[in-house]
Design a protein around this ligand. Structure first.
Ligand code: FAD
Ligand code: NAD
Length: 466
């Protein structure tokens, strides 16, 4: 057998790549991970999940102090002021701690961090800053980057038209933030800046927010964000933008075509999706051709069309989520080691970390109906004792079950802690639970999760508190 520098070389140290590298090392292989960024952790830890959640948490505390939520519970705060540099500092601190945590884990597991961008020179070899590194197996985990919108040029340094990375680092609260794209990023980062004082307008091409989620959930989410003060311009597309001084002017049109309109803003966030990142990998050298969407196709085991080259995370088809990338990473390492690494792509929970949170796992009502007859159980958070006590009336839990077998096909929740609640639903789906199984599982009282039990009871028509 040829002699290689490493058993496994992972390209990219995001949640897909760093997990694959650590797991491969744990399984006894000699592993390196190439990463061109200054710090490990990829999009998620540096400019994604982690910094956005730091700002979501801080801005929620600010809003609670500012809008009378704390006062309602007898917490007197005096004059509430925003110290944005301190909030941004906390965010930077969290990112630093977590990215350094991955460095620690690499050292602990003896994964070599090869600093620099890797490009293929052959199926078992890459060039990293002029040096050739060889490996028996190579895992592509290069993630994704922002999808650009033609005619709307992002300049994060100027801070007027920004992408998610720019919107995480604004040095001031915009007066009017226009978000292009009513998806996950637009709603999370739109919520951050609305809570901190900006007027926020969301321009969405489709007739509802959050494509891919359950229709009823999307409709309810729209109502809630409107109630919170966001202006929603649905079924509308942005056709261009110009910047003059510190203001941007956007040209809008109805999605179906029609008279153009303009909208002024001092900040515009472009959040119309992300696309797989394979730039600079020199895939030509190994004859690997991405599909029409730029993704690297793999089989169920994460093998690409080229022997010993594997791919995981945002760069392959499937939801672009950190936990999905990490599960791919675990599985690919196990498959390379000759074990059986499996990811059940039918059970990947998705969470929007707004207030309330919006979460789902499994099929939407629309998709489930296409497959056959279903039963639905719903329970409003208004009737959940913990949500009621906390004065968190918005949202519901919805359980979709097969009408014949009662097997749970999908669970959707809008609730302040829906992101935590959905873990139970994922487990239920993974284990093939019926709605009756959930209904007869004892849930602690008083918890928001009791709404899942009650929704399960509602599938059979018998919730207690409604
Ligand atoms: P990435 O995290 O993108 O990592 C890929 C890494 O590869 C990068 O560090 C890149 O520098 C490196 N790289 C690329 N090319 C090369 C090369 N040639 N050589 C060496 N290195 C290379 N997901 C969630 O599940 N929950 C969330 O709350 C969430 N919030 C998000 C918020 C924002 C603002 C954004 C933008 C994304 C968010 N996501 C969230 C999505 C999540 O960040 C991604 O799904 C996840 O990071 C994908 O992991 P990955 O390992 O596939 O790729
Ligand atoms: P998205 O796909 O969630 O939403 C993009 C939205 O933009 C869609 O609603 C789409 O209809 C709309 N759109 C597209 N073109 C448009 C146009 N020209 N004008 C107006 N609207 C337009 O994408 P995103 O919000 O950019 O997020 C990117 C990825 O990052 C997602 O895949 C998501 O999974 C991931 N992410 C996840 C989380 C989380 O899990 N909490 C948070 C942030 C990002």
């Amino acid at each position: 057998m040829a002699d290689y520098d490493y058993d496994v070389l992972v390209i990219g140290a995001g949640p897909g790549g760093y997990v694959a590298a650590i797991r491969a090392a744990q399984l006894g292989m000699k592993v390196a991970c190439a990463e061109g960024r200054e710090t490990l952790g990829g999009t998620c830890l540096n400019v994604g999940c982690i910094p956005s959640k730091a700002l979501l948490h801080g801005s929620e505390l600010f809003e609670e102090a500012h809008d009378g939520t704390l006062a309602k519970f007898g917490v007197k705060t005096g004059k509430v002021e925003l110290d944005l540099p301190t909030l941004q500092g906390e965010k930077v601190g969290a990112v630093k701690e977590l990215t350094q945590g991955i460095e620690f884990l690499f050292r602990k597991n003896k994964v070599d961090w090869l600093k620099g961008y890797a490009k293929f020179t052959g199926p078992h070899a890459v060039d990293i800053t002029g040096k050739t590194v060889t490996a028996k197996h190579i895992v592509i985990a290069t993630g994704s980057s922002v999808t650009p919108l033609p005619g709307v040029e992002v300049d994060n340094d100027a801070g007027i038209i920004v992408d998610s990375t720019g919107a995480l680092a604004l040095a001031r609260v915009p007066q009017h933030l226009v978000v292009i794209g009513g998806g996950v990023i637009g709603l999370e980062l739109g919520s951050v800046w609305r809570r901190l004082g900006a007027k926020v307008t969301v321009v969405e091409f489709l007739d509802q927010l959050l494509p891919g989620m359950d229709g009823e959930v999307r409709k309810e989410a729209g109502k809630i964000f409107k109630k919170q003060g966001m202006e929603l311009r649905l079924s509308t597309k942005v056709t261009g933008a110009s910047v003059k001084g510190k203001k941007a002017t956007l040209t809008l049109e109805p999605a179906a075509g029609g008279a153009a309109d303009t909208l002024e803003a001092d900040c515009v966030l472009v959040a119309i999706g992300r696309r797989p990142l394979t730039d600079g990998l020199n895939l030509n050298a190994i004859g690997l051709v991405p599909n029409a969407r730029g993704q690297i196709e793999t089989d169920h085991d994460f093998r690409t069309a080229v022997d010993d080259v594997w791919a995981v995370g945002d760069v392959v088809p499937g939801p672009m989520l950190a936990h999905k990338a990490a599960d791919d990473g675990l599985a690919v390492a196990e498959n390379i080691a000759g074990l059986t690494g499996i990811v059940n792509h039918d059970v990947i929970p998705g969470v929007v970390y707004t207030t309330p949170e919006i979460a789902g796992v499994g099929l939407t009502e629309e998709a489930a109906k296409e497959r056959g007859e279903i039963k639905i159980g719903k329970f409003p958070m208004l009737a959940n004792s913990r949500a009621k006590t906390n004065r968190e009336p918005d949202g519901f839990v919805k359980i979709i079950a097969d009408a014949k077998t009662d097997r749970v096909l999908g669970v959707w929740a809008i609730a302040t802690v829906a992101g935590t609640m959905i873990a139970e639903a994922a487990l239920a789906l993974e284990f093939g639970a019926t709605s009756e199984d959930i209904a007869y599982t004892c849930h602690a009282h008083p918890t928001h999760s009791e709404a899942i039990k009650e929704a399960a009871m509602a599938v059979r028509g018998k919730p207690i508190h409604m």
